[in-house]
Design a protein around this ligand. Structure first.
Ligand code: CP
Length: 328
């Protein structure tokens, strides 16, 4: 049984070898463990056909109890490319809608022979509960405001690649700003953990009600002034306003959309003030015209589509690393 990222990541893993059973978060992982997963993703991307059949006969269960496009589809594609069978379950269309718990659903799917589970849930900690209960590897595909480790890995890969660091993934000397609704963001928590473990300096930027001083406990700096950090960073990750995790259900939930855009949107004018070579990231889904202008998202500094593409290789690497028998 595993209880948290450290235990689940296989404390005591050998250098250059992933020894964890589950991937529940990047916080608490050793630098070498993160690098190993990223290097496996790079190997897989360069030779996807070499991984064909790696998981033949394995059933990978996608248990998505919260909506998703990128993560759900890319885990399915990743598992299929590895030759696995994919079972794709959401809360709509499953017995969760009749009141069955996530845990009972996971145990039911395990009893049918699942060899790995990918879990997304609105509740922080749900994948950890599943990992404690089942015997197969579990991957956290995003839990509430907590973590989204495979998103963090692909964000790191895209940043490292853009700066010529995708050999050893050493991010020393790079400065990244994560901008917007940081407090509500599991993507930000995984990115801060992973990027700082690899040596990057990270500054979280947003209005005080979205980027409180307490974020500094994650190991990042905190700023409420996007314009003051704009010319300093090598990577700018824009975040969606997480309306579903706030009280309201739409832009009216923001005190002022105009004020938010004035202070924190990545407009074309702001993108023009970035350093040469700085790249723009966004985990998606985007609110074009709110946190980022469409022309910037589609422009030459953007690596947003590359992030999406890398998601498949990263998820293939994670599934391979967790499921295949290890020789130690
Ligand atoms: N970035 C991300 O998790 O997107 P989805 O919600 O579409 O999976």
């Amino acid at each position: 049984m595993t209880t948290g990222p450290s235990a689940s990541s296989g404390a005591g893993s050998m250098a250059g070898q992933w020894a964890g059973r589950d991937l529940l978060g990047l916080r608490g992982l050793a630098r070498g463990e993160i690098v190993e997963l990223l290097q496996e993703a790079r190997r897989v991307e360069g030779d996807a056909s070499g991984s064909r059949d790696a998981l033949r006969g394995v059933v990978v269960a996608n248990l998505f109890f919260e909506d998703s496009t990128r993560t759900r589809v890319s885990f399915s594609i990743a598992a299929q490319r590895l030759g696995a069978h994919v079972v794709d379950l959401g809360s709509g269309g499953s017995s969760v809608s009749k009141g069955e718990s996530i845990l009972d659903t996971a145990l039911t799917i395990e009893a049918m022979g699942a060899g790995a589970m990918v879990v997304r849930a609105r509740q922080g900690g749900a994948p950890h509960l599943v990992a404690d209960a089942v015997g197969c590897p579990v991957v956290n595909a995003g839990d509430g405001r907590h973590e989204h480790p495979t998103q963090g890995l692909l964000d790191i890969f895209a940043l490292a690649e853009a700066h010529g660091r995708a050999d050893d993934f050493d991010l020393s000397g790079l400065h990244v700003a994560i901008v917007g609704d940081v407090g509500a963001s599991r993507v930000a928590r995984s990115a801060v953990a992973g990027m700082t473990a690899l040596g990057a300096r990270v500054t979280c930027v947003g209005p005080s009600h979205m980027a409180g001083a307490g974020l500094a406990s994650l190991g990042c700096e905190v700023s409420h002034d996007l314009d003051s950090v704009l010319g300093l960073v090598d990577g700018l990750m824009m975040l969606r306003v997480q309306f579903e995790r706030r009280d309201g259900s739409g832009p009216a939930d923001l005190p002022s959309v105009r004020e938010y855009r004035t202070g924190f949107a990545l407009t074309s004018e702001r993108a023009g003030r970035l350093k040469a070579g700085a790249v723009i990231l966004h985990p998606g889904p985007m609110n074009r015209g709110l946190e980022i202008d469409g022309a910037v998202a589609d422009g030459p500094q953007s690596v947003i589509r590359r992030q999406v593409a890398l998601g498949v290789a990263v998820r293939m690497a994670v599934l391979k690393s967790l499921v295949l028998p290890r020789d130690c």
